[in-house]
Design a protein around this ligand. Structure first.
Ligand code: HEM
Length: 485
């Protein structure tokens, strides 16, 4: 039997020689049946996946979130259940415009993507180290990012493109001013704040919604790098932030951030002079003071960068009961964009990978797809009549959101529905032999179906037309009285 340090092929067979290809004679050509060589070269060719379209260069670490203040009057999210409650988490920091190997000291916002593995599912805050953003409509995002990437002809970064776009998009001024301030090049990832930036929502146990902005404030103090020093670091060590974070955690110097929230009631939002859902604007901390929530500590480096950082998938669509989204129109674009990017970048079943999978039990009716490795069986549809199958949980419904006369909600499409008169008109149009054929066809299809389902369906047919239901019931050997309610 293979021991722990037996080198094997991917199918588990011990490898006798990992130094010499199989050749025809000592100086002869390589043989195609050298499956070890083929496997090694073929796997190597497939070791990369598309890098993130933005935020390609990044560093991540695991940690713990601990609640330090009771905010249950604002949110019933289980992550905030009581002071002292701890939740495992992952944070990935990044630059925005550069490629996977680009410099950690670029003048660029820093991504601050947080995943809480809560006991009611994963909750992500995918924010930046700035409280605002350059644009406020998702429609502008691809154009904006094109200006931050390389010119398609010269393959060079282009200040002309950037300033052309910014000068035509003055809503960018707030973020541009931060970007070109001393905070534009943070000294590594430990010495900067993080922000959810958008307005999000929280919901309490009484179904009351509050608008919130999330702030992660560094306990290490703010430290930035002067452009001259950045240029030096850039040449000598483009991975300075990765190195700093990894080594701090490796040596037990665990970085910490304190999580705060600003809260705005729905009434305050209605009276707010500015649009409270505009991501180019902050909320005054005098009017909406920071309320402490908890503390984040990063204390464990990933074992494998590719599996746990490159394949990590953060998305604003990852919300859990008690926390939610907002009418911010750019946020809606992001709610679509991230999971879409991840299905392409990692694969359909990316949420099954250990770094992305919830740490709580999860059950859904998704099945199959490339690289599905869990083996849930039947049923794979809902609604169904199977008691033990996963069921929707209406107690977690979000309160409706009102926009004047219009309400955003999961409106019940079954209210006042007439299912029967049109099929009845059709049935009545049929000649006798057509009716009989219909009854025969349905009988043939339903004869192996369980009796409870037969009766439920026959009641519908009976409501369409008595002869319709009765005809099938008789053919299936079911007492006609059972279908008359
Ligand atoms: C990454 C789209 C605005 C923060 C990404 C990715 C996409 C994307 C497609 C790559 C996701 C992946 O492949 O895993 C967009 C769109 C935006 C937008 C369409 C506007 C409509 C923002 C804003 C912020 C932000 C306003 C911050 C407040 C981030 C961060 C990441 C990221 C931190 C990296 C996440 C990670 O570490 O994996 N964005 N983004 N983005 N975005 Fe955005």
């Amino acid at each position: 039997m293979s021991s722990k340090n037996t080198l094997t092929t991917a199918n588990g067979a011990p490898i006798a020689d990992n130094q010499n290809s199989r050749t025809a004679g000592a100086r002869g050509p390589v043989l195609l049946d050298d499956y070890q060589l083929v496997e090694k070269l073929a796997h190597f060719n497939r070791e990369n996946i598309p890098e993130r379209r933005v935020h390609a260069k990044g560093s991540a670490a695991y940690g713990t979130f601990t609640v330090t203040n009771d905010i249950t009057k604002y949110s019933y999210a289980s992550v905030f259940a009581h002071i002292g409650k701890q939740t495992p988490m992952l944070i990935r920091f990044s630059t925005v415009g550069g490629e996977r190997g680009s410099s950690d000291t670029a003048r660029d916002p820093r991504g601050f993507a947080v995943k809480f593995y809560t006991d009611q599912g994963n909750w992500d805050i995918v924010g930046n180290n700035t409280p605002v953003f350059f644009i406020r409509d998702a429609l502008k995002f691809p154009d904006f990012i094109h200006t931050q990437k390389r010119d398609p002809k010269t393959n060079l970064k282009s200040p002309q493109m950037m300033w052309d776009f910014w000068s035509l998009s003055p809503e960018s001024l707030h973020q541009v001013t931060i970007l070109f301030s001393d905070r534009g090049i943070p000294d590594g990832y430990r010495h900067m704040h993080g922000y959810g930036s958008h307005t999000y929502s929280v919901i309490n146990a009484d179904g009351q919604r509050f608008w919130v902005k999330w702030h992660f404030r560094t306990e290490q103090g703010i430290k930035n790098i002067h452009p001259d020093q950045a240029a030096k670091l850039d040449g000598g060590n483009p991975d300075s932030a990765q190195e700093d974070l990894f080594n701090a955690i490796k040596t037990g110097n665990f970085p910490k951030w304190r999580l705060f929230m600003q809260v705005m009631t729905e009434e305050q939002a209605n009276q707010h002079a500015e649009n409270p859902f505009d991501v180019t604007k902050v909320w005054s901390q005098k009017t909406f003071p920071l309320i402490e929530v908890g503390v984040v500590e990063l204390n464990r480096n990933p074992e494998n960068y590719f599996s746990e950082v490159e394949q990590a998938a953060f998305a604003p669509s990852n919300v859990v009961p008690g926390v939610g989204l907002s009418p911010d129109k750019m946020l809606q674009g992001r709610v679509f964009a991230y999971a879409d990017a991840q299905r392409y970048r990692i694969g359909t079943n990316y949420q099954q990978l250990p770094v992305n999978a919830p740490k709580c039990p999860y059950h859904n009716y998704q099945r199959d797809g490339a690289m599905r490795f869990t083996s849930e069986g039947a049923p794979n549809y809902e609604p169904n009549s199977i008691e033990s199958a996963p069921k929707q949980q209406p107690q977690y419904a979000e309160p409706a959101l009102h926009f004047g006369d219009v309400t955003a909600d999961r409106h019940n499409h079954r209210v006042d529905e007439d299912y029967y008169s049109q099929p009845r008109a059709l049935f009545n149009l049929m000649k006798d032999d057509q009716k009989q054929l219909l009854i025969d066809n349905i009988t043939a299809s339903m004869k192996t179906v369980s009796k409870d389902v037969q009766i439920r369906q026959l009641k519908h047919f009976y409501r369409v037309a008595a002869p319709y239901g009765e005809g099938i019931a008789k053919a299936l050997g079911i007492d006609v009285n059972l279908i008359k309610s």
